[in-house]
Design a protein around this ligand. Structure first.
Ligand code: DP6
Length: 360
């Protein structure tokens, strides 16, 4: 039996954000965080181990990635951990493709590194539970540890130096709040100037306000758990927006300052507050390390939010997502991005019109 596995994973958008590490190598956070795993924007990854392979190889969106690059090597450290756990020394071929336009402004690192943890461990013959998978994904990117499970997810910061208690788990499954939607408005394309990794390191080192943020997060997470448990959208929305604003305040308080929001992001913020000033709270914006607006809302308000965004000149694209179940293992042989018989990379591409990954 060839050692091969294929997994599709999706991004997550945090409502209480992770920003700052206490251990750069093991990727241990300063505090916990909470997010929803999405049901769309899939990354598909196939991993195969074989004695025929002379070296590790990684293909991303049809291009070969240099595994000697320091940052890439750091992000792929889970591969050696998996080999060690499985007791194998075989080289790996990894083929990964995003089932959404790369220019959509979505960080694919969370879905990509979650898919890698699941596919590589499965291909190596390991049957890991979600806690172990979360820890592996975390080694690639902190936020990826939240994408190995579905629904409303919390990443426990943990206290141990070896990171064995720093993992994510589902607090509420997607069925808990089926009306919840995420509307992502793409406001800008292109690579950001300061990566999350570099930015958060700088914040921890220089921001005075960051200490106040850390002190406030445990209470906030408790309130967020309650709001989600009770499906109290008004409360959830206020907590989410205040938290996003708090994050972007400490970014600005970083020295030298970091700004990810642009004028369009600010227009979205004001438009959401205007909309919410009516009888009901209908929308909650949240921003990651970039200008694109992620707006949590309820299904019945989606048309209204879309209309609101259409009124803002410069909004390039809108994507609506539901809450998803987490990674999916694809067991049909034809879905692998590598031919199990020969180890060759199969021809594959993302068909934007049909919104699907085509293999063969
Ligand atoms: C703003 O997970 O990309 O999206 O652990 O260094 O890979 P590394 O950082 P990453 O940071 C995500 C930051 C964020 C907030 C969040 O998703 O919680």
């Amino acid at each position: 039996m060839p050692l091969i596995a294929t997994v599709e994973a999706t991004p997550n958008i945090a409502v209480v954000k992770y920003w700052g590490k206490r251990d750069d190598k093991l990727i241990l956070p300063q505090e916990g965080s909470q997010s929803f795993t999405l049901d769309s924007l899939k990354t598909r990854t196939t991993v195969m181990f074989s004695s025929e392979f002379k070296e590790d190889e990684f293909w991303l969106n049809g291009k070969k990635v240099d595994l000697n690059d320091k940052e890439v090597a750091e992000r792929m450290q889970q591969l050696d951990v998996i080999r060690k756990k499985a007791g194998i020394a075989l080289k790996a071929r990894i083929v990964s493709i995003n089932g959404f336009p790369t220019a959509a402004g979505f960080a694919s690192s969370a879905s990509g590194l979650a898919a890698l943890a699941c596919a590589a461990s499965k291909a190596a013959g390991l049957n890991l539970d979600s806690k172990e998978l979360s820890i592996l994904a975390r080694l690639g990117s902190g936020s990826a540890c939240r994408s190995v499970v579905g629904g409303f997810v919390e990443w426990h910061k943990g206290v141990k130096a070896d990171g064995s208690d720093s993992f994510a788990e589902t607090l509420f499954p997607p069925e808990h709040w089926p009306e919840l939607r995420l509307l992502s408005a793409i406001l800008a394309e292109g690579k950001k100037k300061v990566s999350s990794r570099a930015g958060m390191k700088q914040t921890v080192a220089t921001s005075v306000l960051y200490q106040a943020r850390l002190a406030s997060l445990p209470k906030l997470m408790q309130e967020m758990r309650e709001a989600v448990k009770n499906k109290d959208f008004a409360k959830f929305a206020e907590l989410t927006m205040r938290e996003s604003n708090d994050l972007h305040s400490v970014m600005l308080d970083t020295w030298p300052p970091i700004t990810y929001l642009n004028d369009l992001s600010k227009q979205v913020i004001y438009a959401v507050h205007e909309l919410n000033a009516g009888n009901e709270v209908k929308a909650a914006y949240t921003f990651d390390a970039g200008p694109n607006a992620h707006i949590y809302t309820l299904e019945k308000y989606v048309p209204e939010i879309k209309k609101m965004l259409e009124g803002i000149e410069g909004v390039q694209k809108m994507i609506v997502s539901k809450v998803g179940h987490g990674p999916k293992y694809l067991t049909d042989e034809s879905e692998h991005l590598i031919d199990p018989a020969t180890g060759e990379v199969r021809k594959h591409y993302y068909d934007e019109n049909a919104n699907k990954i085509v293999v063969g």
